[in-house]
Design a protein around this ligand. Structure first.
Ligand SMILES: Cc1cc2nc3c(=O)[nH]c(=O)nc-3n(C[C@H](O)[C@H](O)[C@H](O)COP(=O)(O)OP(=O)(O)OC[C@H]3O[C@@H](n4cnc5c(N)ncnc54)[C@H](O)[C@@H]3O)c2cc1C
Ligand code: SF4
Ligand code: SF4
Length: 1011
């Protein structure tokens, strides 16, 4: 086989050559290449270049060009492979961005492009009552192209098999750029190159028939190497089947025609507890007679995480339970599925079963609850903040089911010998054992254990006639064992590769022919990077320069933010590269920008890789770094949803701050960072400024000069800002009784007032644009007998400045506000914010800016308004003397409410109002992200990101919107034209405190200024 000669690319020449031939993007810069240097595996290789083709023609053109110039190519989907299949020193073809069209859906087939995710495909098929059967755990993010290339399967493989069992035909690009369709029912003429390949393959397989049949693992659940045993048919070789699982080493898929199956009539899940792992394994073997669809075994370690996270309805898992089986049954009806489940339980009860931990359940909520348990267990393994984490390198072994007990005993011995512990997730029906030893990849001693442990575990599997790869892929991780697994068939693999790819340019080194000049396992580099290579250390008010802790004794590196129990380096190291943050699931929030663009650079994973690239500060220009960092809008949703809890938003704030410290702010960012100053000014000259903002000429000028979109509907400035009103009402004097302020018309309890005192943090929007929100806040609080004080010396929270990296301004604001509010807290006040972003800033971001007890005290005593009111309600102290409101609202839950980690309280409070019907909208980010969406450069992306929320609010019958966040309110009003208020405004109106809110509801959106 041809060996690869090291390749050097001439970007200029290549770009020139491809002009007019190839339309997609091509990246040669170090930064973009770095973003593609990892996947879900523990490996890292920087590619030569990254291409994002527009369509199949582009793929063909590029492959042809690369073939002519001997450039290796690696197709890539979601990059979720855990074996390093899509990594290498080659031109990466990212097919996940543009090739995302789903084509014809017939009664039992679908044709789709390769970049469509499994989940997106199934969402579409569900509309036709159908599904694509293989259900990998990564379904939300893995692509059809990746599934075909890795012959993906899921927990249901026992019943539905692998991807290769459902592929009818493939459109492919062959090694020399020839396009062809491979299927058992070919139509039209066959290109010459395909004819050659077909003939040579047939001869090869015929000549080696006996060896191929003899040297198969004895487990039917195997995906290692090329699967050749059933390729020859009377009509010739089934090339489509052969290409499935070939990991991009034989051809590039540009479309796949897949068989679909009906959605199940009924599905039932149950969770069964056993005293030991061994008992659970044996029960799993017995369960096969009851034809379950899937059966996942959770070991003691996974269960212990589950014990911590056990949700409602399942109850605590007793310590005597040493392992559990999560079993799924399907049937034509729910009854049939349930009967199967009960039948199985009845039989197991006498033999192995300790107890039923979750009774069979068919309801969507019940299924979600039981499944959530597995997810929280597996995900929880990655949530360790420091040190050893589960690493996938021997996680794909499968053995004949009868050998499972022997294999598990052997693996435990190996682990003991290497002083390792591990978690086991076992597909008990198919003999697949996902063993993930806990390894600290930053620790040299731990790293040295990987290869010998893999050697021993894989040797054990092969000695039991098992396979080193049942599900995930051969890739870099397992190619070194393919020859040992297949013996005399290995030369057949090599010959097959030569037939398809004589120049060895398609994903070279995978499955066959690992490059001997390269490390077999290019483990990810250890990170000893500062996120702020150019940064200066921040100083808290006390003057201490907070310096992050270091890894492995590396010298402390200065950071601009305060890193207490973590460092940028540990955060980067925590990212497994799993790609879960590329999800577009409607039940998740991360990542609003990635969802719209589909660009790897926008994914949270890429942000961790950005920091990897920046270990060499000269590797990227400030503009390149800024371009990637700007794709994070600080919604904080990935921090909440990523299993490994990687604090990507903080990494990006650190990066932006370092950029700003070194290179200053752009004009638009400079203006946005000073939004409060401009708002105060605007409010002083409200009539003039509001008039100006409505003029197209002024709008145009603002866009050109400041980059703020002229098409955005902007909030008008208030004629009298809230601080003035508060002064006038006596709210800026401590101890002012609500009646003295003249605001409350209702009697209040003096006892209650004495016990709860609120220092109101007024955000910029409520202060200068919409003081009615602030007024509603004060009145609702006072109506409930609470003393409200509006400290006059407070200033804006500084989030706008922090979000663009202007740490100086953000820190100045923090210092001032902490000084104001810490004293009040000492006097017994709680800080209440009607703006969730402000609550987040005070409670979570200030401690990242300042490292002192006062800041910690402010953080601990700050609460978002609706949460505070919900607390009052739970304590039986919220008045419910509401007048009925005959309204139907859609309430959007903002990201920053979720990031506060308290249950969203808005909808519950609104539903206390008689006659008011509220529909909770929790389908994603509104897309505005503070002031980010105001920029003309971001407007289109911002509105696209908000579409799912708009669609919900646009449902017929929903008259108005509601949300706590002012940026979301702007966006919802812009995106739907529906009046959207803060929930406290509805409460104030229903209490009869602010009749002007009724007028606001009746008015068109003319208090917003537009062109
Ligand atoms: C948390 C987690 C859970 C997982 N669970 C499962 C599971 O249950 N079952 C399972 O099977 N896998 C699982 N995987 C592994 C992985 O998700 C699958 O292998 C998946 O099929 C890879 O799809 P992808 O789009 O991410 O492909 P990538 O990782 O991008 O690529 C995988 C391989 O496919 C090739 N490839 C991609 N697109 C094409 C194309 N169009 N033409 C030719 N070759 C192509 C690449 O070159 C590479 O060799 C899991 C991974 C993670 C991180
Ligand atoms: S940021 Fe989290 S979800 Fe994204 S790849 Fe890293 S570990 Fe996975
Ligand atoms: S914080 Fe939000 S915008 Fe930033 S990377 Fe995470 S999910 Fe994306």
């Amino acid at each position: 086989m041809a060996t690869l000669v090291p390749v050097t690319l001439e970007p200029k020449q290549i770009t020139e050559d491809l002009r007019g031939i190839y339309r997609g993007a091509l990246h040669f810069d170090t930064l973009t290449r770095g973003l593609y240097s990892t996947d879900g595996s523990p490996f890292q290789i920087t590619p030569l270049a990254v291409a994002v083709p527009e369509d199949a023609d582009d793929v063909a053109a590029l492959v042809r060009y690369c073939a002519e110039h001997n450039f290796p190519i690696i197709p890539r989907g979601g990059g979720t492979g855990v074996a390093g299949e899509s990594l290498g020193p080659a031109v990466i073809l990212d097919l996940s961005v543009k090739l995302r069209r789903i084509g014809v859906i017939t009664a039992d087939t679908v044709t789709t492009e390769p970049g469509v995710t499994c989940a997106a495909l199934n969402a579409e098929l569900a509309k036709h009552g159908r599904r694509f059967a293989p259900d990998p755990a990564s379904a939300n993010t893995c692509t059809v192209g990746g599934m075909v290339a890795t012959n993906a399967s899921g927990g249901n493989a026992f019943r539905y098999g692998y991807t290769r069992d459902h592929v009818i035909g493939l459109d492919v690009v062959l090694d020399n750029g020839t396009t062809a369709t491979v299927s058992r029912d070919p139509k039209g003429s066959v290109p010459e190159r395909l004819e050659q390949i077909t003939q040579a393959t047939e001869e090869l397989l015929n000549a080696n028939r006996a060896a191929i049949a003899q040297h198969r693992p004895r487990t039917p659940f195997n995906r290692c190497g090329y699967l050749l045993h059933d390729i020859l048919t009377p009509e010739g070789p089934d090339l489509a089947k052969l290409l499935v699982g070939s990991e991009g080493t034989l051809a590039v898929t540009t479309a796949a025609t897949l068989r679909t199956i009906p959605l199940p009539g009924g599905k039932c899940l149950t969770l069964l507890g056993f005293p030991t792992l061994d008992a659970a394994v044996r029960a799993g073997i017995d369960l096969r007679h009851f034809e379950p669809v899937a059966c996942d075994l959770l070991d003691r370690r996974l269960l212990s995480i589950t014990r911590r996270n056990t949700g409602e309805g399942i109850g605590p898992i007793p310590p005597v339970v040493g392992a559990a089986l999560l079993v799924t049954f399907e049937g034509d009806t729910e009854r049939e599925a349930t009967e199967r489940a009960f039948g199985a339980i009845e039989t197991l009860r006498n033999r192995h079963l300790l107890r039923t931990l979750a009774e069979p359940t068919c309801t969507p909520e019940g299924i979600a609850r039981v499944r959530g348990l597995r997810e929280s267990a597996v995900g929880g393994m990655y949530g360790f903040t420091h040190g050893a984490r589960p690493v996938a390198f021997v996680e794909d072994v499968g053995v004949p089911v009868e050998s499972l007990p022997a294999y598990l005993a052997g693996v435990q011995d190996v682990l003991k010998r290497h002083e390792l512990t591990a978690s086991f997730l076992i597909h008990a029906l198919t003999g697949q054992v996902h063993t993930r030893p806990l390894i600290d990849l930053e620790n040299q001693t731990d790293r040295a254990k990987l290869w010998p442990a893999a050697e021993a575990i894989h040797a054990l599997a092969l000695s039991l006639w098992g396979t080193v790869s049942t599900q995930h892929g051969t890739g870099i991780a397992r190619t070194p064992w393919v020859e040992r697994q297949y013996g005399p068939v290995y030369p057949v693999f090599r010959e097959l590769k030569r037939i398809f790819d004589p120049k060895n340019l398609l994903n070279p080194g995978k499955i066959v022919g690992p490059d001997p000049s390269r490390e077999a396992w290019p483990l990810r580099e250890r990170i000893s990077v500062s996120a702020s290579p150019n940064g200066a250390a921040p100083r808290s008010e006390q003057g201490a320069a907070p310096v992050g802790p270091t890894l492995n004794g590396d010298a402390p590196t200065p950071t601009l933010l305060v890193w207490r129990d973590s460092t940028p380096a540990t955060e980067v190291a925590k990212c497994t590269g799993c790609g879960d943050c590329r999800t577009a699931s409607p039940t998740r929030r991360m990542c609003p920008v990635f969802r719209v663009t589909g660009d790897e650079a926008a994914s949270p994973r890429a942000k961790a890789n950005l920091l990897r690239v920046l270990t060499d500060p000269t590797a990227a220009t400030p503009e390149e770094v800024q371009d990637v960092a700007a794709l994070c809008v600080n919604c904080k949703m990935c921090r909440e949803e990523c299993d490994a809890r990687v604090n990507i938003p903080k990494l990006m704030l650190e990066t932006k701050a370092a950029q700003h410290a070194e290179h200053g702010l752009s004009r638009a960012d400079w203006v946005l960072a000073r939004a409060e100053g401009f708002a105060a000014l605007g409010s002083n000259f409200a009539p003039v400024i509001n008039g100006l903002l409505a003029r197209p000429g002024a709008r145009w000028f603002m866009e050109k000069l400041l980059g703020i979109s002229r098409h955005r509907r902007l909030p008008a400035f208030a004629l009298r800002n809230f601080f003035r009103r508060a002064r006038g009402a006596g709210l800026s004097r401590k101890g002012t009784r609500s009646q003295e302020s003249g605001i409350s018309k209702f009697p209040f309890s003096r006892d209650a007032e004495r016990s709860v005192r609120v220092a109101y943090f007024v955000d910029v929007f409520a202060a200068y644009n919409d003081p009615l929100i602030a007024e509603a806040t004060v009145r609702v609080l006072q109506h409930n007998g609470i003393e409200v004080y509006v400290p006059p010396r407070q200033i804006g929270c500084g989030m706008a400045a922090l979000a663009v990296g202007d740490l100086e301004t953000a820190r100045e604001n923090a210092v001032r506000n902490v000084r104001v509010f810490a004293d009040l807290i000492r006097e017994g006040y709680r800080v209440v914010c009607s703006e969730p972003t402000a609550a987040l800033m005070l409670s979570q971001d200030y401690p990242d800016l300042l490292d002192d007890p006062d800041t910690a005290s402010v953080a601990a005593n700050t609460v978002e308004l609706t949460t505070f009111l919900a607390e009052l309600h739970s304590a039986g102290r919220l008045r419910t003397d509401f007048q009925p409101l005959d309204l139907t609202l859609g309430h959007h839950v903002p990201c920053h409410v979720k990031a506060l980690r308290t249950p969203p309280a808005g909808p519950g409070l609104l539903s206390l109002i008689p006659g008011l019907r509220v529909r909770t909208i929790d389908v994603g980010c509104s897309g505005m992200a503070g002031t980010w969406g105001l920029k003309s450069a971001n407007r289109a992306t911002s509105l696209a990101a908000g579409k799912p929320v708009f669609a919900e609010l646009n449902r017929p019958g929903l008259l108005f919107g509601s949300t706590e966040c002012s940026a979301c309110r702007l966006q919802l009003q812009d995106g739907t034209g529906k009046r959207t208020l803060h929930p406290v405004e509805y409460l104030a109106y229903a209490y009869g405190l602010l009749p002007e809110i009724g007028e606001k509801l009746r008015k068109p959106l003319d208090d917003m200024v537009s062109e």
